[in-house]
Write a protein of this length. Structure first.
Lengths: 109, 113
């Protein structure tokens, strides 16, 4: 089956720093999403981005479907950005969302 | 996008008992999905629930352990049966209303003692 790998697995930042999270997937996908899971376990949809680039405030994401990767950029990080970031892909002709391995981000003041 | 109300938000249960988790969606959806997230791990799909038919389970998950009901297009339940400490996880339901990506409930944090 498809493999969805994220890097780095762990990231520690000081407040104000910028970061790039990467998601690689091993097969063509219909859709891709980025999620933030906060310390209480709630999963928040950040981007629905099967291709191209989107921006939302300090966050932006780029998916290059032909090269099978996606990037999530966090600028001027804040302590509230802490948590786990997941990418998830939807395969063609299925309704299954396959989650990546996750990146655990800790932002310190 | 759809809004999902999931309950309970957390529970502590005795081994050997069962817990039923409920998800209510504010719009009609064809399919609902149930996920498990074991401590420190990613999310794994348990099953897909369609209204009016039996749920479709992923490899490693069986109906006797995780029975699912889907009585209408806005509601579903997942039961975790005959629980053991290994069932301690976060359980989440999800829907795809179409065009905006999957939305998740707030999760149920289950601890089995």
């Amino acid at each position: 089956g498809i493999q969805v790998e994220q890097s780095p697995p762990d990231l520690i930042l000081q407040e104000g720093a910028n970061s790039t999270l990467r998601c690689n997937f091993s097969d063509s996908v219909n859709n891709l999403q980025w999620f933030h899971q906060n310390p209480w376990g709630q999963l928040i949809n950040l981007f629905y981005i099967p291709s191209g680039t989107k921006q939302n405030g300090r966050l932006s994401a780029t998916t290059v479907a032909t090269e099978r990767y996606s990037l999530l950029y966090i600028s001027s990080s804040q302590t509230t950005d802490s948590g786990v970031y997941f990418c998830a892909v939807e395969l063609y002709n299925t309704d299954k969302l396959i989650f990546g391995t996750g990146t655990r981000l800790q932002v310190f003041p | 996008s759809a809004v999902i109300s999931q309950k309970p938000s957390r529970d502590i249960c005795q081994r050997g008992t069962s817990l039923t988790i409920q998800c209510q969606v504010d719009s009609q959806v064809t399919m609902m999905f149930w996920y498990r997230q074991q401590p420190g791990q990613s999310l794994t799909l348990i099953a897909t629930a369609n209204q009016g038919s039996e749920a479709t389970y992923e490899s490693g998950f069986v109906i006797d352990k995780f029975p699912i009901s889907r009585p209408n297009l806005t509601f579903s339940t997942l039961t975790v049966s005959n629980m053991s400490p290994e069932d301690s996880s976060i359980y989440l339901c999800s829907v795809d209303p179409g065009g905006t990506g999957y939305t998740f409930g707030s999760g149920t944090r289950l601890t089995v003692v």
